[in-house]
Ligand binder design. Structure first.
Ligand code: TMP
Length: 210
């Protein structure tokens, strides 16, 4: 990193399927760019070959073991952080702020159902050691509302039933308790996306001195 370059901020968005993470990330990055802050948005699973494999597992096109899926998510994440072409660390070192749609808390919440939670924690230990978010924004949404929004939108995937979403939400909260040293902002998703955005800005803008 050039000595004069200020390291970018790493902000993660987490939430149930349909919680509006993508929309909210876009609104935030547009706003910050208008204030002169360079932003880069990315997501997990990624668009790399690891992510491609994962998407096939999630839609059932590849039928595999849940441990293999949990390990693939961890591998996808490590590549996402360290990739020498477009890895998150590289962007941050170049002074770019990175917004990431899902990160290791998604692994704790989703994959912890099928394999022991502490095993998922261990799998993600390298990622936590290399790169912790400056802030994780959790966009909270009741599980039945999450399912309604997903069903309106697209093909329903592996983890998408109301009961499952309820348990996933509970595991997000257990994971936040398990890691009290992580910086988490919990924001309730409103019907009006601008109101949700206003709450997110309240949590995020102080990181930028805004
Ligand atoms: P998406 O719908 O936000 O693109 O995410 C795809 C699915 O992958 C979503 O149901 C959550 C799941 N997932 C995991 O199971 N573990 C993970 O580590 C991540 C990042 C996502």
């Amino acid at each position: 990193m050039n000595e004069n370059t200020k390291r970018g901020k790493f902000i993660v968005f987490e939430g149930l399927d349909g919680s509006g993470k993508t929309t909210q990330m876009k609104l935030l990055s547009k706003f910050l760019e208008s204030k002169g802050e360079p932003c880069y948005s990315t997501h997990e699973p990624t668009d790399s070959p690891f992510g491609g494999l994962l998407k096939s597992c999630l839609t059932g096109r590849i039928d595999t073991d849940e441990r293999a899926i949990a390990a693939l998510f961890a591998a996808d994440r490590l590549d996402h952080i360290t990739n020498s072409v477009n890895g998150i660390k590289k962007k941050l070192d170049e002074g770019v702020n990175v917004f990431c749609d899902r990160y290791y808390f998604s692994s704790f919440a989703y994959n912890g159902e099928f394999v022991p939670f502490e095993w998922v924690v261990e799998l993600n230990r390298p990622a936590r050691e290399i790169l912790r978010p400056d802030l994780t924004v959790f966009i909270d949404l009741p599980s039945d509302e999450s399912m309604k929004r997903v069903a309106r939108r697209r093909e329903v995937e592996r983890y998408e039933t109301t009961d499952k979403q309820k348990k996933i939400r509970e595991r997000f909260y257990s994971a936040f308790k398990r890691f009290p040293d992580e910086k988490i902002a919990i924001v309730t998703s409103e019907e009006d996306k601008e109101r949700t955005q206003a709450k997110i800005r309240e949590a995020v803008l102080p990181l930028f001195g805004l």
